[in-house]
Design a protein. Structure first.
Length: 138
């Protein structure tokens, strides 16, 4: 495997392309820069079955290995209801739609919490830092 010096933006783009190539549903990018030190991006997508979830994860792993990147950690592959691929500054979540609905990761990272003068937390949607191919609600 050749070494890779890709930026987090380039990794994100490669991961999204690989997920879309495997027909992942609702691919969402969440820009975490300035919000946490754990990663620059979360990529979240859904599969329609355990087989589809594994195929998406395999496609991402194979595609990134071709450009010299190997995940530092992989979790959940055998159960395949929620697979996590850790590429350091980009973390990928490939989830069943049921798990995605249950945990709502997007809502954890795309809201803004401010404390008002009375000490109460005010939670508001952030300025749409999450990008998704999800159809707009009508």
């Amino acid at each position: 495997m050749k070494p890779s010096n890709l930026s987090s933006d380039q990794k994100r783009d490669a991961i999204v392309a690989a997920a879309e190539d495997k027909k992942a549903n609702y691919v969402t990018e969440i820009d975490l820069r300035g919000k946490t030190v754990i990663a620059d991006f979360f990529i979240i997508c859904s599969g329609t079955s355990n087989i589809h979830i594994r195929a998406i994860a395999d496609g991402i792993v194979e595609s990134l290995e071709k450009i010299g990147l190997r995940a530092t950690s992989t979790e959940g592959y055998s159960e395949a209801s929620w697979v996590v691929l850790d590429y350091g500054d980009v973390i990928v979540h490939v989830m069943s739609e049921g798990e995605r609905d249950r945990y709502r990761i997007e809502s954890l990272w795309t809201r803004e919490v401010k404390i008002d003068p009375t000490g109460q937390a005010q939670i508001t949607p952030a300025d749409t830092t999450a990008k998704s191919d999800e159809p707009a609600a009508e």
